[in-house]
Structures are given as structure tokens and as C-alpha cells.
Design a protein around this ligand. Structure first.
Ligand code: BGC
Length: 736
């Protein structure tokens, strides 16, 4: 495709690229294939075409940029492509890079007419297209957008052929589309006297305005997720992201919304607003990738139902083309660790096969020759600026495997098998010890509570976590290789050696320790955690969940873990690494009741603490809002971070008991082994699998515990009841 740009650099202002097409005859069909460096919309005769927004989406642009194809038959001949900065040209990345990919916006398009006789004519972007300035005078992903409806587009001249071009691929992922429309539930005047609209739900999207004002009057607002203790509008946790919107009215009745950006918010603060414009002029439009909802859950415990609501909204908010850490502050990045932690739960809640097919493609593209995996994909800064961290880089093995389990797509697994092996090979080669990963620069048990207040990295030694994931990912390579019919004997051997070395260096008499070769670790992390301690909940969780301990040590480690939880007032101390597996480890080792105690814990730190504090999405930090209403550090305090939502993998997998057997991916073979608890009263969990709906239900009725399971056609289910009764069934409804 031919890339063009404006002859004049418009800075942060968006650009219109226009062309009036004359076909030799009336076409039977007209299709436009369009892409841009930046974010674009296609307009035909002034009307936006297609339901997709924020096109072309975000990929590793230097290697591939998606194009979208639109059927524009009969819509008109005036083609306009409007392009704003988006991810490609604006500020992006936590180091506040502007222009990481490019300095100016560009576009490339091909419009093809097909005539009744089958012949075609094609018009492409070239020097005959005309460029105009756009009423969006400022646009940036983090900072927001300014639209000036009084502005008459200025002719900038004929387009020029770009010196830079990008490899174009047809759309790989899901489209980003608009979803729910929420009206304000309250108009608040804060103690500071500011006017704030509350939409009742933390979300990702934008505000749509429906107004008629006087020409030149402005409506301006910024966005926030929470109000502070006093009830004032709080934006400090957005860090440098201004998340601002301004619309200068044209004087006509108009529907206005940002064109090239999005926001994470629940509240907006009106900074400028003409008197005649009321709250009903504002609608919050929810925006995310167009995924089909598959999981559903409810039970007799209202706080758990709210928690599931928060998990779903956490996923919706952060599955915007790329699995992001958060949608609001100056990150919104494809953090690989967050994606890894949540992908199993994600694939229960929504059909994410295509979504991951696209993003994993970028993970593979960004992987280093030596196997290193970046902390953030797509990259937003030169390679190597993020840490090659255990649990983050392991996305290269965990996500392909989980997507295979959920959807059975062997081809996708095959495509990523080289990436999986390369990642394990990297860990194998890294550092001085062959079977330990001693000297990586990691993120550790991120945001765990055990290193003290206000510290990002938990206490669990990063090299212990590194070696644990080395073994785990190596095991996944073995499993994947067997599915694919590959020879994996070398990895089987490696796996045995890493596990043996782990036992030798990290477990002594059934207790976590650091000894032998593991003492040679050099921890090059600049901000070393002040506490490095193998005696943590997370250390035991990994040893047990990844089968790194001997069977003899298993009950000892499990008991120590249970005792630690109880001694801590039935509270967890785990962070991003330990939390996803914590309840699994407890319930798998005879501590089912304690697992439920933790799940149902309402005091800090716990899942339900945030619910009690009024959360409508998952928080990044266990004490995002503390008991006294104050906040955790503004540096790292998102209220829309899905990682801890991974607890729903336990709720579906253990409480409801639905697990996909590894030899029956895509729910062809499942085990349904529910673990009920009377405190929930009842539980109903269902997953719309590729075979149909799979449902597990239990309820306490008087003295009785009743079960009902619905098994779809094409699924073989092994039902295991808590009393040990086991039955293997196929399609049908089963009650016990
Ligand atoms: C992100 C995390 C991410 C982390 C790396 C943060 O700034 O928001 O979710 O995984 O950095 O430790």
C-alpha cells in the first residue's frame, strides 16, 4: 500500500485526507481497505463507516499494522480518512515517550470498485489526495482531546508520499467497538465546590455529548476513578495523564465524542460548561474489544456477586485490543505479567481466542533472538528497557497453553511453540547456574504485602520465583510438544533437573530456604526490596502449585501456608505471582474451608475488602483505598487492574468445579468436581463452550445439598461429588 502524509506538520492536531473518486461506470461493489499510523476513522460523504472504533488498533507497528476493509457500496464518492495521533504518534509508555513509532500521522488506503462484468478499478492513496486541518486540535491517548466546532478546516495542500511506510496485514484481532451507554446516576457538588458527574461504574470509554449551545461556548471536563476521603475529585493516580476533554460548540444541535482516544473513569469534573447544559447531555459510552461473553456466575453471597461484576468490568476495561494493565493512567500497556496472570480467567469470561491470537503474535514478534520476552508488548520504548522478568516473560508459555486448553486451537499452539521453547532456552542460558535462574532483573511478587508498607516488590526472592517459573514453563513446553507430536525429550530432561535443583536449593526439611548454589545469586535490581525472605506465603504457593516439592514435603508446606494465613488473621500477603494460585493450593491440599475463609474475608487485605469499599472494578493494590479512606501511593494505584480478578479461575475451577482436562481441550473432556460451602447458600456457574453451555450448580436446601450439572453435546464430563461418588457422563442434565 502507498503511505501518504500531510505536506504540513500539524503537530498534535488531527488531519483529514480526502479524495473524490470518479469511477468509469457505476460499480456493483466498492470496498475500501484502510490503515493509518495513528488512529483513524473512514468517512464516506461525511459519514463514519463501520462499527469499529480506534482503528487500526495497536500492534507492533514496526513489524505489522492492521488494515480494515469496509464495504462502501452506494455510500458515495467522497472518501475522507481522518487521522489523529493515537498509540502510534502521541505519548505512550511509562517513560512518557512521545513519537516512539513515528513523528507524524500517515495513512494508506486502497479503494476497489468491482463492476457487474467482474472487472475492477482501484484508487490508492497518493499525491492526488488533499489534506485539511481537523477540528480536533489536540489529541493524545493519555491526555485526551480538544475539538473546536467553530473551526473551518484549512487546506494544507496535496498529500505527499511518505518516506516511512509500515508492513500492512489484514485485521487479525477483534474490532474495538462501543458497548453500554450509561447516564449519570448523580450530580455532585464536591466540598471544593466542583461539579462532578457520577456514572456509577468505573469503565473504559468516553463521554458522548448531546448538545445545542451557542457557537464558541465550551464544555470541558476531566476524568477520575474515585473521589477522595473528603469527597473531592481525585486525579493524582492518573500520574501525568491529563485525561482531559474539551468541545467548543459549533452552535448547531450536535452529538460529540472523542475521535482518537479513550479514558478510564467513573466520574467527570466539569471544568467549563454553559448554564443551559444539564447532566442529561452527558452519556458515558463503554468501549472495548468486541468479545463474546461466555462465563456467568452468581451465588447467594451478594459481595461475591459484586466481585464477579468487578472482574467482568476489569476485563472489559482492559481488553481494548491489547490486554492492558489499566485503562486510565499514563500506562495502558500490554504488561505481559498481568496478561499471564489473568488469561485463564479471561478465557472463562469471554471468548478471547482471536484477541489472544493477535496479541500473542506481537509477543512473538517482540521476542528477542535469545528468547527474552519484554515486560510490555507492543513495545513502547527501545528493546530491553523493561525487565525480562519471571512471571512476566512466562506469558510466552502460559498464554498459548491456556488458549489451547480453552479453545483447542492446535495451529495457534504450533505457531507459538518456537516462542515457548525460546523462552525456556533463555532461562536455561541465563546466569551462572544452568538449572537455576539466579540473576534476572525481575518484578518479583509484585505488590505483595510481605515486604512492608508502601513497597512495590514482595519479599519472596526473585531468583526463587525465577527458578519456579523456569520449571513451570519448561513443563508447559513438554506438554505442548506432546500435543504437537514434537520430540521434547531434552525439555523433559531439563524439567527434571530444574525441579531437582529447586528442591536442593530452596527446600530444607519441608521448609523454604535459600542454600547451595542459590546463594550465588546476584540481584541487580536497582531498587532491591528491603526484605528478601524465602519464608513467605508465595514461596510455598509456588512450591505446591508447580509441584516443586516432594510428596513428603507437600503436607508440611501446605500446613505452614495454612498456619501463616491463619496467624495473619486469615489474610493473604501475596502479590501478582502468588495470588492467582493461593486458593488452588489451599483447596488442593485439604484446606478447602480456609480457602473459602480467605475468599470471604472482608477485612484488608482481601478481595472483598475492595467490594466493601465500593469498588466497581478490580483494584491494582489490596489497599487502593485504605480503611480510613486514604489512598495507597499515587504512583501505582489504579482502580481498574484485573490481575487479582484471577480468583474467578478458582471459583469456576474449584468452587463450581469445572476444569478442562488437558487431554480434552476446548471442553471436550472436563472434570466437574465442585467444592461447596454453605456460606454461599447456592452457586451457579456456566461457561458457553465451543460445544455449548456447561453449567454447574449447587445449593443448600435444609439438610440437603443438591447438585445440578448441564453437559453440552460433544463433552465428556467426569462428575466427582464431594462424597467421592464419581460418574462419567455425556450430554444431558444430571441431578444429585
Ligand atoms: C503496571 C503493572 C505491571 C508492572 C510491572 C506497573 O506499572 O501497572 O501492572 O505489571 O508495572 O511490575
Amino acid at each position: 500500500m502507498i503511505w501518504i502524509n500531510s505536506p504540513q506538520d500539524t503537530g498534535e492536531q488531527a488531519v483529514y485526507f480526502k479524495k473524490n473518486i470518479t469511477w468509469s461506470r457505476t460499480p456493483a461493489k466498492v470496498e475500501a481497505t484502510v490503515t493509518a499510523m495513528g488512529v483513524y476513522n473512514l468517512l464516506v460523504n461525511g459519514q463514519k463507516v463501520g462499527k469499529q472504533v480506534l482503528t487500526p488498533g495497536w500492534t507492533s507497528y514496526r513489524t505489522r499494522i492492521q488494515s480494515q476493509t469496509y464495504d462502501i457500496t452506494g455510500l458515495g464518492n467522497e472518501i475522507t480518512i481522518e487521522v489523529g495521533a493515537g498509540w502510534g504518534v502521541g505519548t505512550i509508555g511509562f517513560t512518557h515517550n512521545a513519537h516512539f513509532y513515528d513523528d507524524i500521522v500517515r495513512t494508506a488506503a486502497e479503494i476497489t470498485a468491482t463492476f457487474a462484468d467482474g472487472t475492477t478499478e482501484t484508487v490508492t492513496t497518493d499525491e492526488s489526495w488533499e489534506c485539511y486541518s481537523h477540528p480536533v486540535t489536540y489529541t493524545d491517548i493519555y491526555n485526551g482531546e480538544v475539538w473546536d466546532g467553530t473551526l473551518t478546516p484549512e487546506y494544507l495542500g496535496k498529500a505527499v508520499r511518505s518516506e516511512k511506510s509500515y508492513p500492512v496485514v489484514p485485521q487479525v484481532g477483534e474490532f474495538i467497538t462501543t458497548h453500554e451507554r450509561l447516564k449519570p446516576i448523580a450530580v455532585i457538588t464536591t466540598p471544593k465546590g466542583e461539579k462532578v458527574l457520577d456514572f456509577g461504574q468505573n469503565m473504559t470509554g468516553w463521554i458522548e455529548l448531546n448538545v445545542k449551545g451557542n457557537k464558541g461556548e465550551a464544555i470541558a471536563f476531566d476524568h477520575a476513578e474515585v473521589l477522595d476521603k473528603e469527597g473531592n475529585f481525585y486525579t493524582e493516580n492518573y500520574r501525568s495523564a491529563k485525561a482531559y476533554a474539551k468541545f467548543i460548540l459549533s452552535g448547531n444541535q450536535e452529538t460529540l465524542a472523542p475521535h482518537f482516544t479513550f479514558y478510564g473513569f467513573r466520574y467527570i469534573r466539569l471544568l467549563e460548561c454553559p448554564d443551559g447544559v444539564g447532566a442529561d447531555a452527558f452519556t458515558a459510552v463503554v468501549v472495548h474489544s468486541d468479545l463474546k461473553r461466555t462465563g456467568d456466575f452468581h451465588c447467594g453471597h451478594p459481595l461475591l456477586n459484586q466481585l464477579y461484576h468487578n472482574v467482568i468490568w476489569g476485563q472489559k476495561s482492559n481488553y481494548l485490543d491489547v490486554p492492558t494493565d489499566c485503562p486510565q493512567r499514563d500506562e495502558r500497556l500490554g504488561w505481559t505479567g498481568d496478561a499471564q496472570v489473568f488469561c485463564r480467567t479471561a478465557a472463562i469470561n469471554y471468548d478471547v481466542e482471536k484477541f489472544f491470537k493477535k496479541w500473542l503474535g506481537d509477543v512473538a514478534i517482540e521476542q528477542w533472538e535469545d528468547g527474552r520476552v519484554e515486560g510490555v508488548v507492543p513495545l513502547t520504548m527501545p528493546k530491553g528497557r523493561t525487565r525480562t522478568s519471571a512471571a512476566w516473560g512466562d506469558v510466552a508459555c502460559i498464554a498459548p497453553w491456556e488458549i489451547y486448553r480453552a479453545y483447542g486451537n492446535k495451529e495457534l499452539l504450533r505457531e507459538h511453540f518456537p516462542m515457548m521453547k525460546k523462552w525456556v532456552d533463555y532461562m536455561h542460558s541465563a546466569g551462572s547456574e544452568e538449572f537455576l535462574w539466579l540473576d534476572g532483573k525481575h518484578y518479583g511478587d509484585w505488590l505483595a504485602m510481605d515486604a512492608g508498607d508502601g513497597i512495590y516488590m514482595g519479599a519472596t526472592p526473585t531468583h526463587m520465583i525465577g527458578t519456579a517459573f523456569f520449571a513451570f514453563s519448561c513443563g508447559l513446553v513438554v506438554k505442548a510438544g506432546k500435543v504437537l507430536g514434537e520430540d521434547v525429550t531434552a525439555y523433559e530432561d531439563l524439567y527434571e533437573k530444574v525441579v531437582a535443583k529447586f528442591r536442593e536449593c530452596y527446600i530444607e526439611n519441608g521448609t523454604p530456604t535459600i542454600k547451595g548454589a542459590a546463594l550465588n545469586n546476584v540481584d541487580p535490581v536497582d531498587k532491591k526490596p528491603p526484605v528478601i525472605d524465602p519464608d513467605t506465603q508465595t514461596a510455598r504457593v509456588l512450591m505446591l502449585h508447580f509441584d516443586l516439592c516432594t510428596e513428603e514435603d507437600r503436607p508440611k508446606l501446605a500446613k505452614q501456608l495454612a498456619d501463616m494465613v491463619v496467624a495473619n488473621g486469615t489474610h493473604l500477603t501475596t502479590g501478582f505471582v502468588g495470588t492467582p494460585y493461593l486458593l488452588h493450593v489451599l483447596s488442593a491440599n485439604g484446606y478447602e474451608k480456609l480457602a473459602y475463609d480467605l475468599l470471604l474475608q472482608e477485612t484488608f487485605p482481601s478481595w472483598l475488602f475492595s467490594v466493601k469499599q465500593g469498588a466497581t472494578t478490580m483494584w491494582e493494590h489490596w489497599d487502593g483505598i485504605k480503611e480510613d479512606g486514604t489512598f495507597w501511593s499515587k504512583d501505582m494505584n489504579s482502580y481498574n487492574h484485573y490481575a487479582y480478578g484471577s480468583v474467578y479461575d478458582w471459583i469456576f475451577g474449584v468452587a463450581a468445579g469445572i476444569t478442562v482436562d488437558e487431554d480434552g481441550p476446548a471442553y471436550e473432556k472436563v472434570t466437574v468436581a465442585p467444592v461447596p460451602d454453605e456460606r454461599l447458600g447456592y452457586l451457579t456457574a456456566s461457561i458457553q463452550t465451543r460445544h455449548g453451555k456447561l453449567l454447574s450448580h449447587w445449593e443448600y436446601r435444609g439438610e440437603q445439598l443438591l447438585f445440578r450439572f448441564e453437559i453440552p453435546a460433544g463433552t465428556t464430563a467426569k462428575i466427582i461429588l464431594p462424597d467421592g461418588r464419581t460418574e462419567t457422563v455425556t450430554e444431558g442434565t444430571y441431578m444429585y
